[in-house]
Write a protein that binds this ligand. Structure first.
Ligand SMILES: Cc1cc2nc3c(=O)[nH]c(=O)nc-3n(C[C@H](O)[C@H](O)[C@H](O)COP(=O)(O)O)c2cc1C
Length: 237
């Protein structure tokens, strides 16, 4: 497999403009994809567990100046079975899983209460890499949740303390009022942690590493949790 080749649809889009007539179809088709420079991915030499490979890939994404490489799309499913996805920052990755924190009042918080499972997707275009994680979601407990909350900047804590995330906002002045109120509360009680703040871990059942290639011979390595460890398998691209 070769990396960093010129891709077949890597044409200049400067002369090509969005057209409503075709729903932007021609424009979108001409936009380049897989433009990054892939790194070698020797699947036979991959480590036995996915966490250490993830750490290596994240470090390589940082080294390649991928913007916000710790941002991930987290997909959840509500009580009616409707999926929703949004971007969050991963807070830690260890044997317990991929950690993040949410407000239980938010849409994603409600989804996780109804369906404690999630899929995570990382995409690092400069390296033509994607990592996908699927698993059950478990609370990290009160102490980890409090530690996460207290480590957040004041603005983030104040916003969380309004306990309104994902609700309809009818009047923006209400936003300012509620944030001011929350900030005053936090300056009176700097250690305050709302019960609604929960740090979770996605405990992975599957983790897949995808190294894209311009010739479409993408390399995929999937890890599957088994008793006491991990099975590994390459997948057809
Ligand atoms: C880079 C990035 C970082 C974000 N970080 C957070 C975050 O730390 N906490 C949060 O609640 N939302 C964060 N968001 C916003 C979420 O994507 C989402 O809009 C919000 O949490 C509401 O989602 P929900 O209605 O599904 O609960 C971030 C978005 C982006 C693009």
């Amino acid at each position: 497999m070769s990396y960093g080749q010129t891709v077949e649809n890597d044409v200049s889009v400067s002369s090509n403009r969005w057209s409503d007539a075709d729903g932007g179809r021609a424009y979108l088709r001409a936009l380049p994809v897989l433009r990054g420079t892939g790194l070698a991915f020797e699947v036979d030499e991959a480590p036995a567990d996915p966490v250490s490979l993830f750490a290596t890939w994240l470090q390589q994404a940082v080294d390649a100046d991928v913007p916000e490489p710790h941002a991930m799309t987290i997909s959840t499913v509500d009580a009616q079975g409707m999926p929703r996805a949004r971007v969050l920052i991963v807070k830690a990755v260890d044997e317990a899983g991929w950690h993040f924190a949410v407000s239980s009042v938010s849409q994603k918080g409600r989804d996780l209460a109804a369906n404690p499972a999630a899929a995570l997707t990382f995409y690092w275009p400069a390296l033509v890499r994607q990592v996908r994680v699927v698993g059950t979601v478990v609370s990290d407990g009160a102490k980890a949740s409090a530690d996460d909350f207290r480590a957040r900047p004041l603005g983030s804590r104040a916003m969380a303390l309004t306990l309104r995330q994902s609700q309809p906002l009818h009047d923006v002045t209400e936003l300012d009022t509620e944030i001011d109120k929350a900030q005053r509360r936090l300056s009176d009680e700097p250690d305050l942690v709302p019960d609604e703040w929960i740090s979770y871990a996605v405990r992975p059942n599957e983790v897949e590493f995808w190294q894209g290639s311009p010739d479409r011979r993408h390399r995929r390595l999937a890890y599957y949790r088994v008793d006491g460890g991990w099975d590994r398998a390459q997948l057809w691209p």
